[in-house]
Design a protein around this ligand. Structure first.
Ligand code: CDP
Ligand code: MG
Length: 139
């Protein structure tokens, strides 16, 4: 399979508990190249724009509040099969169901404060990468 890009976020809960370094190390150990990275804070409106697909879900308001509650690290990742492989490394949305060895098993507190984000398909990866990165910022 050819090289593929995906988009990832280290969420405010993980940044706050100083898990950033460990998560970056897990990313590299799993064979991803980090081709873009930035630490920033987003406001409520920017979180709502990013998660627009979830606008009708009951957890939307709380999720957007959480995602704008502190610094995050946004990442562009590249490897073969990056989208599926990154979701596998993240683990299940609810850390109670996450497999051993996954980031969420190790670092997530609960189904909302679950340490990391990852795109779920090629079209969402394209949208999410372009939401945070300009083409010239990727290496
Ligand atoms: O992040 P992932 O793709 O695994 O899950 P999602 O279903 O796309 O949901 C997006 C995010 O919303 C999750 O990562 C959680 O932070 C949050 N969420 C929540 O707070 N409560 C739920 N019941 C489901 C998701
Ligand atoms: Mg999702």
């Amino acid at each position: 399979m050819k090289s593929q890009r995906t988009f990832a976020i280290i969420k405010p809960d993980a940044v706050k508990k100083n898990a950033t370094g460990d998560i970056l190390n897990m990313i590299h150990t799993a064979g991803f190249r980090i081709i873009g990275m930035r630490m920033l804070e987003i406001n409520r409106e920017q979180a709502e724009g990013f998660y627009a697909v979830h606008a009708e879900r009951p957890f939307f308001a709380s999720l957007c509040e959480f995602m704008s509650s502190g610094p995050i690290v946004v990442l562009a990742l590249e490897k073969e099969n990056a989208i599926a492989d990154w979701r596998k490394l993240m683990g299940a949305t609810n850390p109670a169901n996450a497999e051993a060895g996954t980031i969420r098993k190790k670092h997530a507190a609960n189904i909302e404060h679950n340490a990391v984000h990852g795109s779920d398909a090629e079209d969402t990866a394209r949208f999410e990468l372009s939401y945070f990165f300009a083409g010239y910022e990727l290496f």
